[in-house]
Design a protein around this ligand. Sequence first.
Ligand code: NAD
Length: 297
Amino acid sequence: MPAAVIDGKEIAANLRARIGTGVADLQATHNLTPGLAVVLVGEDPASQVYVRNKGIATKAAGMTSFEYRLDKDVSEADLLAKVNELNEDDAVHGILVQFPVPPQISQQTIIETILSSKDVDGLNPINAGLLASGLDALTPCTPQGSVILAKQTLGNLEGLHAVIVGRSNIVGKPVAQLLLQENCTVTMAHSRTRDLAGLCKTADILVAAVGIPEMIKADWVKPGACVIDVGINRIDASERGEGKTRLVGDVDFEAVAEIAGHITPVPGGVGPMTIACLLKNTLDAACAQAGIEKINL
Ligand code: NAD
């Protein structure tokens, strides 16, 4: 396998350790402990795991973790009342409502109700607008993590051609904005793009954020490219004798690793960076709310 595998677990662990030091400094110098509130609606098993892991990582970084579990039948009004209560709570610097939410609740209304200063998911239109304008913003965690991996791997990204497959507000669009800020030449591809394979083959950095298991094939990849696989897909593993299911990305990892220069694995690539960047956003939000300069990590 010629490609070097990018170790997201290790890069995330190092970032979390630096955040822990930043939190300790903030407590020592300003008597301020960042607080992250996570709200989970319903009992989706994957969401329960994410929320539990976020709570553990928050406490491990020395921050205060607030967790709220609401019934799957909770009304939108009651969830909004909880969000507004957290908006006004000075001990809470970051608010995250775990998505997806049940159908009686509008995800967009929740996103717009969380104060932009506490929007550690970076999804509020105010933060999206600030990011698009190249201004200081709380930026979505998975895109931030993806770009950190590319930067730590390649160093200066200036002038490189980045192709992003997927244009969601949560992943594709913010990845494009962040890579533009790194002075990449950015092309966004999506379900209506013509000759997707040919376009991908022009990428120095190829980011896959589609949600289709192993869609990106080896002959779509330029030799030596840096491939960042954001996809997380659970597929049947019984025919491989590896238990019932296994996780794969949007990239055909084994074949693409023969061509690429660097590649993120799934799991263990982008995934671990998401929680680390959530903690970073919470630390940044706490500083901003207290009028303190951002801590340099
Ligand atoms: P989404 O469904 O909102 O968006 C998918 C995008 O892919 C769309 O913009 C669509 O245009 C594009 N697309 C769909 N079919 C396509 C095709 N055939 N060719 C080209 N483009 C196509 O998904 P999302 O929320 O952006 O998530 C994308 C993937 O990333 C999913 O697998 C998701 O599980 C994963 N994800 C991972 C993390 C993490 O922490 N690593 C976080 C968020 C999402």
